[in-house]
Design a protein around this ligand. Structure first.
Ligand code: NAD
Ligand code: USQ
Length: 386
């Protein structure tokens, strides 16, 4: 299959490109390196040293004999994206290329506006380019479980059947996202759904949970193929941060009571889920939603699991409950469906002591690069001044 990966320089986009290339697909990646610039803006850095995209693509060619095509440009630049879709003529597009941090989107008005412009415009441009030049192409879009928020009823996969005043319909599941970033994903979902209805495009929205992990089988082949691993308070996500905090001998930063429950998955399962969606495409005109996570955890439970795993290495990692910088429920009902990817054959890698230990081992290898000043959260959801 000819597959275009947008955001192919990122944490998930790069390993997905390697995985699909290894499987024999014709793969090209596109990125504008905005993520590397946001690191400079924040004074942060990936724990793992990452090579330039050019070097990684060259290393992969050496190692595997396979070529990953590379395009550098901004998805908000329609001339760039249109030419890319027209000339590469993808059979499928996997779209990872957005600003994906909730805290980054909540820094101030400018970052909120930027996040929504970048994400919504990029996706809308893509929808136009597909409609014009590749209407049969399958769009696999990375969404987020955070689109749903934490309702007091079970979360379904994209749609819910409602009976209201004697009439019944199946409608998009209500959305109550928790940041301007998560809201951008809701807006994307609406735009994609509309284009499937009106233009007959085909799309799968992967409402993904929080990803953890650092290695995939292809990355394990060579250090030059490493993907980024964020642990700072803006781009680092819960479990990955806790693992780095433990190795640094710093307290694990649980926000508030820690009863916040989310869906989580291993990075290897991200690759598997994307591949399953690609191999079983949506129909023309169909807007499909899969909830892409394998297990639910609350953050206090995750911190306790990391604490225990770290003890095996002689590390005593204290847990600290910080005042919550976010506005979110800290104790709530959470039960989300996730059967559609399992039905397609997903064999999950569940969180285990072995996985925690293997990530801790990688983190220890790079412990000299840890900068503890990046652990403390500084973005306050309640702040409204510019
Ligand atoms: P990332 O920041 O590491 O990668 C995103 C990539 O997209 C970056 O390389 C960035 O430079 C590129 N990009 C952003 N805007 C662009 C633009 N306008 N033009 C071209 N390239 C652009 O993020 P990630 O962790 O790999 O996440 C990938 C996707 O998966 C995101 O859409 C994110 O919302 C979603 N997701 C991630 C997680 C997670 O835990 N990491 C969980 C759920 C969903
Ligand atoms: N949290 C802590 N301590 C920390 C970091 C986070 O308690 O040090 C808590 C947060 O308050 C939140 C939960 O952990 O309740 C998850 O936060 P996170 O930073 O791990 O993840 P989130 O902001 O939701 O965003 C990440 C990705 C985003 C993706 C989302 C999936 O950055 O791209 O969309 O996970 S989901 O959470 O399902 O929406």
């Amino acid at each position: 299959m000819r597959i275009l990966i947008l955001g192919g320089d990122g944490y998930l986009g790069w390993p997905t490109a390697l995985h699909l290339s290894q499987r024999g697909h014709e793969v090209a990646v596109a990125d504008n390196f905005a993520r590397r610039a946001w690191d400079h803006e924040l004074g942060a850095e990936s724990l793992t040293p990452i090579r330039s995209l050019h070097e990684r693509v060259a290393a992969w060619r050496n190692i595997s004999g396979r070529t990953i095509g590379m395009f550098v440009g901004d998805l908000c630049d329609y001339a760039f994206l249109e030419a890319l879709v027209r000339d590469f003529a993808p059979e499928a597009v996997v779209h990872f290329g957005e600003q994906r941090s909730a805290p980054y989107s909540m820094i101030d008005r400018r970052h909120a506006v930027f996040t929504q412009q970048n994400n919504i415009t990029g996706t809308l441009n893509l929808l136009y380019a597909l409609a014009e030049h590749a209407p049969d192409c399958h769009l696999v879009k990375l969404g987020t479980m955070g689109e749903y928020g934490t309702p007091n009823i079970d979360i379904e996969e994209g749609y819910i059947t409602i009976t209201h005043k004697g009439r019944t319909d199946t409608l998009p599941y209500p959305k109550q996202p928790g940041s301007f970033y998560h809201l951008s994903k809701v807006h994307d979902s609406h735009n994609i759904h509309f284009c499937c209805r009106v233009w007959g495009l085909r799309a799968t929205d992967l409402n993904q949970g929080v990803v953890y992990g650092v290695d995939t089988p292809e990355i394990a082949l060579d250090e030059r193929l490493r993907t980024r691993f964020d642990y700072d308070a803006v781009f680092g996500t819960a479990l990955n941060r806790f693992l780095v905090q433990a190795v640094a001998g710093e307290p694990l930063t649980v926000y508030g009571k820690g009863g916040q429950t989310r869906g989580f998955l291993d990075i290897r399962d991200t690759l598997a889920c994307v591949e399953l969606a690609l191999l079983h495409p949506a129909e023309r005109g169909e807007f499909r939603v899969f909830n892409q996570f394998t297990e639910q955890f609350d953050v206090a439970g995750l911190a306790a699991a990391v604490r225990e795993a770290a003890q095996a290495f002689g590390i005593d990692a204290p847990i600290e409950h910080l005042p919550n910088p976010r506005v979110e429920r800290e104790e709530h009902y959470y039960n989300a469906a996730n059967t559609r990817l399992r039905d397609l054959g997903l064999q999950p890698h569940f969180l285990s002591d072995t996985l925690l230990e293997s990530v801790l081992r990688v983190v220890m290898r790079y412990r000299d690069r840890i900068r503890p000043e990046l652990f403390r959260p500084a973005v306050d959801w309640r702040r409204t001044q510019n």
